[in-house]
Design a protein around this ligand. Structure first.
Ligand SMILES: C[S@@+](CC[C@H](N)C(=O)[O-])C[C@H]1O[C@@H](n2cnc3c(N)ncnc32)[C@H](O)[C@@H]1O
Length: 221
């Protein structure tokens, strides 16, 4: 998304500090993203005793604050500082793997595959291979949850500029996200999450499953 001339500079200036896990998590809390993760954990995931979760691009794994202590959670993350922070904070109750999901050996499949705030960091070809890798790790009857910023036409300039300064260079419309996810999954449902941050911002939550007969994610029924 294009923006005002200084926005590229601002994005680059923010990029390095936000690559540090403490700054990343602090910024996310400041804008209210912790509430988004909590709602996702409590209202959508509703993890049961037999459910397991693969969190792709887990970052510092802040979502674990909203998940029950006994959850069977695996996070995979290629950015070493985020991975180290996730292990330091949550290593006693979760498993973390360093690397990209495309490199994760096939074999285990998960009830839930989370892809939270990842897709807008990658271009078309990488997004397609990432989504295919997620689909291959999803158990029958399981669901992928993708949460992404998602601009809407006609919103105030301030909101449009907020997407433009995001480190992710590939913020996509709802139609583009549906198309991308639909290339790897046969059932795609989407829901807008607006007004959850302390600034004007819109998210798109997509629930996708591999087979048309698979049950949809609870909140999106
Ligand atoms: C903005 S962070 C989101 C962190 C966390 N999911 C959250 O919602 O706070 C996106 C993360 O995706 C990771 N990522 C990008 N491509 C990936 C891939 N192919 N496999 C796994 N993680 C990836 C990046 O390293 C980055 O930490």
């Amino acid at each position: 998304m294009s923006g005002l001339p200084g926005l590229g500079l601002l994005r680059r200036a923010l990029s390095r500090p936000v690559g540090q896990p403490r700054a990343y998590s602090a910024l996310q809390r400041a804008v209210g993203y912790d509430r988004v993760l909590r709602r996702l954990a409590i209202e959508v995931l509703k993890v049961g005793p037999d459910d397991d979760v693969l969190d792709v691009g887990c970052g510092p794994a802040d979502i674990l604050a909203g998940l029950p202590a006994g959850v069977d959670y695996t996070g995979i993350e290629p950015h070493a500082p985020y991975l180290a922070a996730a292990r330091a904070r949550w290593g006693h109750r979760a498993r973390f793997i360093g690397g990209r999901v495309e490199e994760l050996p096939l074999g285990r499949q998960y009830r839930w595959v989370l892809l939270l705030g990842v897709l807008h960091h990658v271009g078309e070809a990488e997004a397609r291979s990432l989504l295919a890798a997620c689909a291959a790790r999803l158990a029958p009857g399981g669901a992928l949850l993708s949460l992404e910023p998602c601009p809407r036409a006609g919103r105030p300039l301030l909101e449009q500029q907020l997407y433009a300064i995001d480190r992710g260079r590939f913020v996509r419309s709802e139609a583009e996200q549906r198309r991308l996810v639909g290339a790897a999954f046969s059932t795609v449902q989407a829901e807008r999450w607006d007004g959850m941050l302390r600034m004007p911002y819109s998210y798109l939550l997509i629930s996708a499953s591999a087979s048309p007969g698979a049950p949809p994610a609870g909140h999106l029924e």
